[in-house]
Design a binder for this molecule. Structure first.
Ligand SMILES: Nc1ncnc2c1ncn2[C@@H]1O[C@H](COP(=O)(O)OP(=O)(O)OP(=O)(O)O)[C@@H](O)[C@H]1O
Length: 950
């Protein structure tokens, strides 16, 4: 679970002390006293700081101009056109540097300009030193070419001075020193190694990683089947018959000790006989059955029975580019001013499982048309005080700091800008005005008619490679560092203006927000800072801020301020992280990065069901895509099967054809109810199997299958049960079409399906109580809240406010079961092109997935058979109280849900459902606000209806 991620990020944590130990308040006082003495007008701290900054700027400018002039002079003098002085000066530098002197003036000026304009940022200093070493290397190389014979330093100097040649005193001297120890070849090897090291340090490109990548690409380009022909023994009559010692590891799971073995009769985990539908179906028939199915199928007879049919693996091409991201200014969220008021209630821990399930009438009428409007901040007086589990390093010492100290820290680099750089954001300026994300080529496999190849269970599955995904572009974070320092100063000054003295002790720079940790002076009430939220927002010109007071486990208050330039968290970065690779679960989910830059990866099986909600455009679909892609990178189709329900029709359709899909992506909301009911049936069937074999869950069953304790009728090895993840992209659409049926299926699945290995992921953009009903909420314990428009919506999702303060575009509150408070996470971004590339890769290398006719039939027949819904109704049927309720209502000439509840002693949901059924049957009219519904049928008409319809 993600908690595992927390522990040690501390070493690289971006938290840093941001000020020195000076108690500058007393120093300021002293300065003021001096000022008074000398009669100079008294300056405020702010003015003093501004004055110091101005003077520093001027000094830097002068230094830069002098260096520039000297560099130009030296550059020209190198060509002996600056008179005697020029010749002497340039000759001296040639004597020292040798041939590199030609480059030295440029190096001198560029380095000085970079260092001065970036306040001697440590990272830049390192780079400048590296370039210096490169110059030295150049000198040494020229020394090799010029002469390797003599050893006199004087000769080195004279050669440089007189002939502008050789390596000079430094390059030549070092070369001859190494030559003495290692000889000329040894010196050349040292130089080569030094060159490679400098290349790595300057470009931050890992040579080994690139070699690996190249190797991976070469492998991808090879014809898969040709390469492995002969690896398998395949008997055309009865399936697998050969021993296969080839073991293939998922390139993404190097740390995973699981090994996939393709032999069907080994004691090792086998994929050959794996079957989605449990032991009912045997191997051979299963293949045939799958190949008979509809969709992108190809008949078994059309193909050779072994799978050595030659498939040309086409070259990977890089001409597909990611679409530009639409730049969204922060101002989008800045409408309205929020007042943040802290209340005890908001801070209370609420167990997500124990939510109030009392049925109430839908109250969220304010959200009508929600789906079509932009996320705008509305005035919300509710509190936002959710604390987040802290993963950052606490500063060792509590440091006294005031504006001058912070400023001094900024000047001296005490704010550790590299702590921000540590974070290595991927795409700078993702959301800033006029910023367009750099186009990155996506490696994409060519579409080809060969896709008609179908997936066969038991064949070795080829995992998609990380190279199909976009590499995170490198960023220069120097601007961000400066901005963070500036914000820290502003924050401190703002609070001081209102009489709140604080010491800023730490900051954590995440992809979307930066959290400043501060300690108020003795005697300052926390509520005073909370009440200043609006003023802080105003002074920082921030879209929104979130105050965490106090940060759990720390004597500090956290203020989260949106970054000026947001960074996108690339999906590739997550799947390459150890946190993700080390997850053993097959249903792993790379969520994103938290505020301290830690990768959050989690196990869906432990959730065990997930609700994702947020306003339109907040990032739900991208999140679902990352979830699906995470599974594709972790699990084979035999291990995990997917059911995707996408009433929006456009979000998930691109996954059609991948071998993990049980059925084609369901886009018809009516069929969706059938698909959910099928899942209920499958769950029931699995439970029956568990009972038969005396196991408690899927793990127990699979373990027994593995050790052959459970075997088929004639002793053959049975297939393992795959986990199934059911993904619903828009619950609201389904609830509109078949409220009762969908709710019943979801509730049944969420109550029982965990042990059966079936997990639900439900997304909705309408976090209102008529969509996320009490029953659903109570049974889906893990939540992800994206930006919503009001605190009410946030409460509906998380049972607490906070999501209304999120920034959108993947900024989320991640609240899995077991967490005491939600964690703020920037979700990973995966583009459509990346998804297409991975899907194409899967289809090309593993064959197009085939679907099962039985499930398709069960779904189109509305799948109700056997799926007894909660509350005594069959999923397809009228409620068992339907007739009685109809008669009762007609008799009383009054239709109200409350009356049905009282009379039949049933809950609100069931009563409301009966009322809906009666309305659909024409017994009662629609709701008329506060008025009672009309009764439209007489007793006789109702009897007639029952005779003909039931
Ligand atoms: N994690 C992310 N990082 C960066 N940008 C993101 C992220 N998630 C989403 N976005 C941006 O937000 C846009 C909308 O995202 P998405 O389509 O997932 O929203 P949605 O909530 O599903 O909206 P709707 O409900 O209307 O479909 C994306 O096109 C992308 O530009």
């Amino acid at each position: 679970m993600a908690s595992g991620n927390k522990k040690s990020g501390t070493k690289t944590s971006s938290n840093k002390k941001i000020s020195g130990n000076l108690n500058s308040r007393s120093r300021t006082k002293q300065t003021r006293a001096n000022v008074k003495k000398t009669g100079t007008p008294r300056m405020t701290k702010k003015q003093l700081a501004a004055e110091q900054a101005r003077q520093r700027r001027m000094r830097n400018e002068i230094i830069l101009i002098v260096i520039f002039a000297f560099s130009i002079f030296l550059l020209i003098a190198n060509f002996r056109i600056c008179g005697i002085v020029g010749d002497v000066v340039s000759g001296f530098f040639f004597g020292i540097l040798g041939f590199s002197e030609y480059f030295f003036p440029i190096y001198l000026f560029v380095s000085a300009a970079f260092l001065i304009s970036n306040d001697f940022n440590r990272k830049l200093v390192k780079k400048v030193v590296c370039f210096g070493v490169v110059l030295l290397l150049v000198s040494m190389i020229f020394q090799v070419f010029y002469s390797t014979d003599y050893i006199s330093i004087k000769n080195c100097y004279l050669d440089g001075y007189q002939h502008h040649a050789g390596g000079g005193v430094i390059g030549g001297g070092i070369f001859f020193a190494i030559r003495k120890l290692l000889g000329v070849p040894g010196a050349c090897i040292v130089m080569l190694i030094l060159a490679v090291v400098m290349f790595i340090l300057i470009t931050e490109i890992s040579v080994i990683d690139n070699i690996k990548l190249l190797w991976e690409r070469i492998r991808s380009d090879k014809d898969y089947d040709d390469e492995h022909a002969g690896d398998y023994g395949y008997d055309t009559d009865d399936g697998w018959n050969g021993e296969d010692n080839n073991r293939v590891k998922n390139p993404m799971m190097e740390n995973d000790d699981r090994v996939l073995v393709s032999s069907g009769r080994r004691a090792k985990p086998s994929m050959a006989n794996l079957n989605v539908y449990g032991p009912k179906e045997s191997n051979g028939t299963d293949h045939q059955k799958k190949n008979r199915s509809s969709g992108n199928k190809q008949k078994d007879s059309d193909k050779p029975k072994d799978f050595f049919y030659r498939e040309e693996v086409h070259e990977l091409q890089s001409d597909n580019l990611i679409d530009d991201h639409t730049a969204v200014p922060y101002d989008e969220f800045s409408n309205g001013v929020e007042k943040i008021v802290m209340s005890d209630e908001d801070d209370e821990f609420i167990n997500p499982v124990q939510v109030d399930t009392t049925d109430t009438e839908p109250v969220d009428t304010a959200l009508d048309g929600f789906g079509n409007r932009q996320i705008k901040r509305q005035t919300e007086s509710a509190a936002a005080s959710m604390a987040m589990p802290d993963k950052t390093d606490m500063a060792d010492d509590i440091v006294n700091s005031d504006a001058e100290d912070v400023l001094a820290g900024a000047i001296n680099g005490n704010m550790h800008p590299e702590s921000v750089s540590d974070y290595n954001p991927l795409m700078d300026s993702a959301f800033a005005d006029e910023t367009v994300i750099q186009k990155k080529p996506v490696r994409k496999t060519k579409q080809s008619d060969k896709e008609s190849k179908t997936y066969q269970e038991g064949r070795r599955y080829r995992f998609p490679t990380a190279s199909l995904l976009n590499e995170p572009p490198k960023n220069n974070n120097s601007n961000r560092d400066a901005h963070v320092r500036e914000t820290a100063i502003k924050l401190k000054n703002t609070l001081e203006t209102f009489g709140v003295n604080v010491t800023i002790t730490n900051y954590s720079c995440g992809p979307a927000v930066t959290r400043f940790e501060m300690q108020p002076e003795q005697g300052v009430k926390v509520s005073k800072i909370l009440n200043l939220a609006d003023d802080i927002k105003l002074n920082l010109a921030a879209a929104d801020i979130r105050i965490e007071a106090p940060i759990p486990g720390k004597a500090a208050i956290g203020i989260e301020v949106p970054n000026k330039e947001n960074s996108i968290v690339a999906f590739r970065e997550l799947i390459e992280s150890d946190n993700f690779k080390n997850l053993k679960s097959k249903v792993a989910f790379a969520v994103g990065k938290d505020i301290s830059g830690q990768v959050i990866a989690t196990d869906i099986a432990k959730m065990p069901h997930l609700l994702i909600a947020g306003a339109t455009g907040s990032g739900k679909s991208v999140c679902i895509n990352t979830l699906i892609m995470s599974i594709l990178y972790k699990a084979t189709p035999e291990e995990v099967k997917l059911i995707m329900i996408d009433p929006k029709m456009v979000e998930l359709a691109c996954y059609n054809g991948i071998p993990h899909l049980l059925i084609p992506v369901v886009t018809d909301p009516k069929k969706a109810a059938g698909a959910l009911n099928w899942a209920v049936m499958e769950m029931t069937r699995r439970y029956q199997l568990f009972a038969e074999h005396s196991v408690r869950n899927i793990q127990g069953y699979n373990d027994k299958v593995e050790s052959a304790v459970i075997a088929g009728a004639d002793g053959e090895k049975l297939p393992k049960m795959p986990q199934i993840v059911v993904i619903v992209d828009e619950l609201a659409d389904l609830m509109m079409v078949a409220h009762g049926e969908v709710e019943d299926a979801i509730v049944r699945l969420s109550q029982l399906a965990r042990a059966a290995g079936i997990h639900l992921v439900i997304a909705t953009q309408r976090p209102s109580v008529d969509v996320i009903t009490g029953l659903i909420k109570a049974n889906v314990p893990s939540r992800i809240a994206f930006a919503v428009s009001s605190g009410v919506d946030s409460r509906t999702i998380l049972d607490m406010v906070g999501a209304e303060k999120l920034l959108g575009k993947g900024d989320m509150l991640f609240y899995p079961t077991g967490y005491p408070k939600p964690v703020r996470v920037q979700g990973a971004f995966v583009s459509d092109d990346e998804v297409t590339a991975v899907v194409d890769f899967l289809k090309k290398n593993n064959g197009v997935g085939t679907y099962d006719d039985d499930i398709a039939k069960s779904i189109s027949g509305n799948g109700g058979s056997g799926a007894t819904a909660i509350g005594g109704a069959s999923a397809n049927d009228k409620d068992e109280y339907f007739v009685e309720a109809g008669r009762f209502i007609i008799e009383k000439e009054k239709a109200s849900i409350g009356m049905l509840q009282r009379t039949f002693k049933i809950g609100f949901n069931r009563a409301a459902r009966i009322m809906d059924q009666l309305m659909a049957a024409g017994v009662v009219g629609p709701e008329e606000g506060t008025k009672a519904r009309k009764i439209l049928m007489s007793q006789e008409q109702f009897d007639e209806y029952i005779d003909t319809n039931l």
